[in-house]
Design a protein around this ligand. Sequence first.
Ligand SMILES: [Zn+2]
Length: 311
Amino acid sequence: MYSVGIDLGGTSAQVVVINKGEILFQTSIVVRDSSSVQYILDDLSGCIDEFFVGHSEHVSSIGIAFPSIVDAYNNKILSRYVKYPDAMDFDLEKWVKMKFGATLFLENDARAALIGEYHFGRAKGYHNSCMLTLGTGIGSAVMLEGKLLRGSNHLAGNLLGHTIIQYEGGKCNCNGVGCAESEGSGWWLNNKFHEINRGDLCSQGFKALLAPENVRSPVFQNILAQLIKVYKTTMINAVHCYDPELIVLGGGIAEGVSAYIPEFQAAIDEHCWTPSGAVKIMKSALGSYAGAIGAACLDRTTSRRTPSNAS
Ligand SMILES: [Zn+2]
């Protein structure tokens, strides 16, 4: 039984093929046009077809991780993402059926990343874990006692980036004020670069803060300090909300931020009610493929069509 997993990011999409618990293939493709989800699906379809040339078996399921609120029970995208404006109305189930004769499993990208880490990466053996995806925004997902949290409106565990950490803080893109994202995130960082007339650094993101020519500048040091403080606070909130054994850091900024893990660990030990050392913080083992690998596992693990079947 071949399972395909797809992680539909805004600038690149990852695709993996899994069979009998083994990752057989993984690749990343650049999104050439995000004005419609159809373009990237066409490209992905060509990529999947190429893998299956010469294989006698076919795809049984396709899991798709998408960066928005997702109703995994009914395969519905519930909130608009800045890219792929037609994705909410696009019949992904029909596309998967017509193109591959397969079953679709749709999931939020942070949840899919946590599932990937649970089966193949850092969260293996941990039944209480939290995933933070640090990129343009702050995505999150939570697994408690081996069960992925979804909640009554499919939001549970997904919105740590929108927990309020500064109640008189900046305006957030969720219409809230002082959210973790609006106080420190990839998009907040880009706003800061513009504020200091260094919009040219937006393409470098977090790396620009650690570049030799910037690292000694108090302006850049202050920006970095605030970003690290926001991530630290978000982790403390995650521990107090969900009591995980493990927090996995993924997303585009995770690589650069991983040097600060001892600092995050110390903050949790100092400020959380949990015993010292009870919560581990680790960088994702699967990197940019965590979401696609998790999406390929959706058929056999945490995502089912009816809540009563979820496990
Ligand atoms: Zn917000």
